[in-house]
Design a protein around this ligand. Structure first.
Ligand code: FES
Ligand code: FE
Length: 427
């Protein structure tokens, strides 16, 4: 209980699912989210390939906190709070790199890549009992990874990452399967942009297939003009395909038969005739290694996966890893990376990067439309939520249980909201 005159955050009844719009608007809600969600859930920090060598580091804002994600000279991957233990300055101001030491800009205290304080100018002034070991860079309480995807948790007592990920692990496995060696890498070149919208709107939007046909009409027409069959079978808003489902713990997915093509294994005209042969070879390798059924999953289906609260992996025409965090109740920062198999050919890599930009890139076919949609939504509710209180997420609810929930239904959105609500209403 909560929002406006003690209205609940959500209404979840048979045939009725509504979200109170104040949760996108009120600063108090964000304060609670920071405490209950961003301080308690596992949050994505980066991929093992980004800290491959001893000394490699990435600085990231994770759940709004500045962190250093690094592999020390001892080979151990760590996440430090990026704050000097002397007086608090950001110890590392670079976005990424490789370093033997981090030297604070302000008074020049120096830390090694394992976090030990190794040099203090004028140390004698602190007296002979000064203990450098008390001033190690502070590590984030929990850091763990699943198949190279690293997450942090600011809660010492959080459940294991393995348990937390629940059914989402299977979807990470399909991505890992796309690499002949099982090894993936983040490809250099980050997309970063802000949206003037509440962060939860992007959770919804990232796998809301109901919006695709109207919002992304430009892209669908482009595909049609390039000879791709995007015809819409009667009664469906999207081409024959696709389910939405909950994966537990607020994670959820849309799992679709792809019509967009996948440069990793499914050719379409926009890749060009010359790509046909190589894409067929990639597919053949998948079938040989994984078997028909698993290869079909990797090659002919695509998925938008939300790992609660704020990691989205769009395993579609390319594989985009996207995370975002609220910088204000009505503003978020988005950061996205392309990921692909280590050792793929130059041409396959070029197609992957092209796809990464073409659809989900901030100047691509989809993202500008989505940014506009969410900003306009935020504008629509910010000053009206007291009068027009509820948003509807009931698509598919009226279906009998034996009938499949489609990607254009909203079971996946409801899965997110149910978990959000559970956490926000539990002390
Ligand atoms: Fe870092 Fe003083 S704040 S050395
Ligand atoms: Fe979209």
């Amino acid at each position: 209980m909560s929002t406006l005159d003690d209205k609940p955050y959500i209404i979840d009844e048979p045939n009725k699912f509504k979200v109170h719009r104040s949760v996108f608007v009120k600063p108090e809600i964000l304060e609670q989210e920071k405490r209950k969600i961003f301080h308690k859930c596992w949050l994505y920090i980066g991929h093992v390939s980004e800290v491959k060598n001893h000394g490699d580091f990435q600085t990231r804002l994770v759940g709004g906190k500045p962190l250093i994600f690094t592999r020390g000279a001892d080979g151990v991957v760590r996440a430090f709070f990026n704050t000097c233990t002397h007086r608090g300055t950001l110890v590392c101001r670079e976005r990424r790199g490789s370093a033997k030491t981090f030297r604070c800009f302000y008074h020049a205290w120096q830390f090694n890549s394992c976090g030990d304080l190794i040099a203090v100018p004028g140390e004698e002034a602190y007296g002979k009992n000064f203990d450098r070991s008390q001033f190690r860079l502070r590590e984030v309480p929990r850091l763990d990874h699943y198949k190279g995807f690293y997450f942090v948790n600011f809660d010492e007592n959080a459940e294991s990452l393995y348990d937390y990920l629940a059914g989402a692990k299977e979807y990470l496995d399909i991505i890992v399967d796309q690499s002949p060696t099982g090894e993936l890498e983040i490809i250099q070149g980050t997309q970063e942009y802000d949206m003037v919208a509440n962060w939860k709107l992007l959770c919804e939007n990232s796998f809301d297939d109901y919006h695709v046909a109207p919002t992304h009409i430009t892209y669908l027409e482009y595909l049609k003009d390039s000879g791709v069959d995007v015809s819409i079978p009667k009664g469906l808003l999207m081409p024959k395909h696709g389910i939405g489902k909950s994966l537990g713990n607020g994670h959820a997915v849309i799992d679709n038969h792809t019509y967009r093509g996948r440069p990793i294994a499914r050719w379409m005209p926009i890749y060009g005739e010359e790509a046909k042969e190589e894409i067929a070879e990639i597919r053949k390798e998948l079938v040989e290694r994984l078997g028909e059924e698993r290869a079909y999953r990797a090659a002919d289906t695509n998925r938008n996966l939300l790992i609660f609260p704020n990691l989205v992996i769009n395993d579609g025409s390319s594989v985009t890893v996207r995370t975002f965090y609220p910088t204000d109740e009505n503003r978020m920062r988005v950061i996205a990376f392309a990921i692909g198999p280590i050792g793929e050919s130059e041409t396959a890599r070029a197609r992957r990067l092209d796809s990464f930009l073409t659809f989900y890139g901030p100047g691509g076919f989809a993202t500008p439309d989505d940014v506009e949609a969410l900003e306009v939504l935020q504008q629509g509710i910010s000053e009206t939520y007291r009068e027009v209180e509820w948003s509807d997420l009931s698509r598919g609810l009226a279906k009998p249980p034996e009938e499949e929930q489609l990607n254009t239904d909203e079971p996946h959105l409801r899965a997110f909201w149910r978990e959000w609500n559970r956490i926000m209403t539990t002390e």
